[in-house]
Ligand binder design. Structure first.
Ligand code: FES
Length: 150
């Protein structure tokens, strides 16, 4: 039998929080799942090392949208160091779990956060901390899909 989605996943999928792009972002992370093709963009406003605002745009499945939505809620108000402790496992637990076939979808949220924070340091001309999930530069890779030519 197919495992059902939790009520929290359904809530965040049908009523996603913080959709869009932060105005004048201090950081933007874009990542994609090479297998399914789903993509996620996370933009952050950061002041004094604290994430003041976060918005997302996700072109993907229900689990990817729900994890993006709850991630934005979880990072707002956190320092960069605190935010980097939010793993895909923590995001999944905050949603009361994901069906086993969808657990990999939560990795996009963790990757998008790491990608955004790398971008934050790069914009400041500083060396970002090592992000083990990010194997290569995702920043421009999915630009076309998120911002298709008019
Ligand atoms: Fe692609 Fe869920 S199926 S992230």
């Amino acid at each position: 039998m197919t495992e059902p989605y939790s009520e929290k996943v359904i809530d965040h999928f049908t009523n996603p929080r913080n959709v869009g792009v932060v105005e004048n972002p201090d950081a933007v992370g874009k990542v994609g799942n090479p297998i399914c093709g789903d993509i996620m963009e996370l933009s952050l406003r950061i002041s004094d090392g604290v994430i003041k605002d976060a918005k997302f745009r996700t072109f993907g499945c229900a689990a990817a949208i729900a994890t993006s939505s709850i991630l934005t809620e979880m990072v707002i108000g956190k320092t960069i160091e605190q935010a980097l402790k939010i793993s895909n496992k923590i995001v999944t637990e905050a949603l009361d779990g994901l069906p086993s076939r969808k657990r990999h979808c939560s990795v996009l949220a963790e990757e998008s956060l790491q990608s955004a924070i790398v971008n934050y340091y790069e914009r400041r001309g500083e060396t970002p901390p090592d992000m083990p999930l990010l194997k290569h530069d995702h920043f421009n890779e999915h630009e076309e899909k998120l911002n298709p030519a008019e």
